[in-house]
Ligand binder design. Structure first.
Ligand code: ATP
Length: 324
């Protein structure tokens, strides 16, 4: 009971050994395992939750390495398949001196894009109490159909559906197509988390005010979240909405902060959905999720910096001490 199944891409980010350079200027790169849905799975497991990842990797050294990372972190990898033709996806990514993130993807196609409906471990998906996914797996067939099928099966068996679009514009044929496809599955989810940047992209407005966020509200939703980086997050339900400040930390690398936030949320919700109707307890949960996001920004890379429960509690307690 209480299984979170996270569906989508797992890949390797290559990040420059020194920060603040363009990809062309970088002289060396470090391997950083990633892919938002895989990060979420590991975030849940690190907090002590039960979690499985479903996706496809290349039958190569990198793919085997990524599957081992899932297992070492306590994530069930029985939903992982391997493609013997295509490679594990790679992304070169840097935060340039001008503050812009620069991506270069090697997916032509990569193994994650080739997951088929027939390869889905439906028994595993049927055990999910929470089913989580993004939008990158919607971009091309056959993975798109596999994604839609997995969502359908999870929904049929009564799982709570959690969606973090995780916009990667360069992977889509056009911005219009990205917006259209990302929104095409909006009505299926129970919980949706977007970042401030995604809110502006999806609504076409230059603001994260409540009126703008409400444009993404649907009666089918139980919870809509907008993350605001160091400013914390906003939440919206049928009955209440508000904002929760984050914690003051020394930010080194924000990669994975959103995934840590989602993982923390799902870790708790999978055992107790009643928080969705109780604003006081939901606020407590979102403080916890903010703490997990904040901690993740204090170290380089996503997976190495995801917190365990005691690290998260420490930050929560030290912050309460400061208030007292
Ligand atoms: P990602 O960088 O993984 O794509 P995101 O854009 O989805 O992340 P963010 O808004 O950057 O998500 O971060 C998620 C949460 O982590 C925030 O809501 C906040 O609670 C916390 N957080 C992020 N950055 C900071 C920071 N600099 N200081 C404190 N908390 C932070």
């Amino acid at each position: 009971a209480g299984l979170v199944v996270s569906f989508g891409e797992m890949l390797i980010d290559f990040v420059p050994t020194v920060s603040g350079v363009s990809l062309a200027e970088a002289t060396g790169f470090l391997k950083a395992p990633g892919g938002a849905p895989a990060n979420v799975a590991i975030a849940v497991a690190r907090l002590g939750g039960l979690c499985a990842f479903v996706g496809k990797l290349g039958d190569d050294g990198f793919g085997r390495m990524l599957a081992a990372i899932l297992r070492e972190n306590g994530v069930d990898d029985s939903g992982v398949t391997f493609d013997n033709g295509a490679r594990t996806a790679l992304a070169f990514v840097t935060l340039r001196a001008d503050g812009e993130r620069e991506f270069m993807f090697y997916r032509n196609p990569s193994a994650d894009m080739l997951l088929t409906e027939a390869e889905l471990n439906l028994d595993l998906i049927r055990k999910a109490a929470v089913f989580h996914y993004g939008s990158i797996s919607l971009i091309t067939e056959p993975c798109r159909s596999a994604h839609l099928k997995a969502m359908e099966v999870a929904k049929e068996t009564g799982a709570l559906l959690s969606y973090d679009p995780n916009l990667r514009l360069p992977l889509w044929p056009s911005a219009a197509e990205a917006r259209k496809q990302i929104l095409s599955i909006w009505d299926q989810a129970d919980i949706i988390k977007v970042s401030d940047v995604e809110l502006e992209f999806l609504t076409g407005q230059d603001s994260v005010e409540d009126e703008v966020a409400m444009q993404l509200w649907r009666p089918t939703l139980k919870l809509l979240l907008v993350t605001l980086g160091e400013k914390g997050c906003k939440y919206y339900t049928e009955d209440f909405h508000g904002i929760i400040d984050s914690f003051a930390v020394k930010q080194i690398d924000t990669t994975g902060a959103g995934d840590a936030f989602v993982g923390a949320l799902l870790r708790r919700i999978v055992h107790d959905q009643s928080v969705l109707q109780d604003e006081k307890r939901l606020r407590e949960l979102l403080r916890f999720a903010n703490a997990c996001g904040a901690i993740t920004t204090t170290k380089k890379g996503a997976i190495p910096s995801l917190p365990n429960a005691s690290e998260a509690m420490q930050l929560l307690e030290s912050a309460s001490d400061m208030l007292a």
